[in-house]
Design a protein around this ligand. Sequence first.
Ligand code: TK8
Length: 337
Amino acid sequence: MNLKHLVVALSVGVATLAGGIAHAQQDVQNRIIRFGYGLNEQSNQGRAAKVFADEVARLSGGKMQIRAIGAAALGSDVQMQQALIGGAQEMMVGSTATLVGITKEMAIWDTPFLFNNEKEADAILDGPVGQKVMDKLQEKGLVGLVYWENGFRNLTNSRKPVRSVDDFAGIKLRVMQNPVFIETFRTLGADAVPMAFSELFTALETKAVDGQENPFNTILSSKFYEVQPHLAVTNHVYSPWIMLVSKRYWDRLSAAEKKVLMDAAVKSRDFERKDTREEGARALAQLKAKGMQVTTFSPADTDAMRSRLTRVNASIATNVGMDLWNEVQGELAKLRR
Ligand code: TK8
């Protein structure tokens, strides 16, 4: 090799090295990520959003910044989903139930009494079938990262104690914007009114609706006990929350940035489930202390409710597809063996 060749080789080497460093720096860029959610900052959702934000900052060396914005200040679940799809907002966490208009398979999670306990929910949601349902979002412009726990839902209302399935009659009940929930509560005889969560407290306070259903944690953090004297422990369905990223945004991220978001999402999920369960275990006593009158469905009353709702299952199976329905039932059967 003569001197000229050596100089050329060296300069190519230096250029490659410089390119490599520049590339590494570009792997994680300065980014501000708006992360919206519906509950207030003091809720389980707010606490986990903070864990997520802190972890993203830590893993990215402060370059990626999560701006967590609660209380539906960026919009209701449905509005935020549309903002993510359009690319006007980067991230959110919200109920899978409000996604059914976008991805019909999400309705599988709305099946009344699908899971018997949180352990079953974790195994199914974090397993292959949970991932498969999540992956369906991509063709609609959303990327699902992980499921959080919203939890088992219970009924509150301002009209009367609800002790059995017959007591649903005549209750004007706010439900999520989701056809399965509408059908479920109409089947039970309630007057089901779909409404965004962000409008719910005012609707209860002004008696535009008589009642609603949500996990104990939310009844507590959203102060529904102030306007809802009656609580019925029905545990009629387990609601997941799901962390979503705008696909338009996701596709612009480097592999390193995607990994930061994914790793932080997993950490926030693990924190959120533990925190939610700890709070949930204390919440019923706290709601009683706040003055709520609590009725608990007996096993016989729960069975009556469950069998009244069997026909809702048939329409869910048709809507999500028999294959998915059977796969979930098969996985559950395996877990229960
Ligand atoms: C919060 C909602 C809420 C849900 C509902 O944005 O709407 O009742 O349970 O958690 O997603």
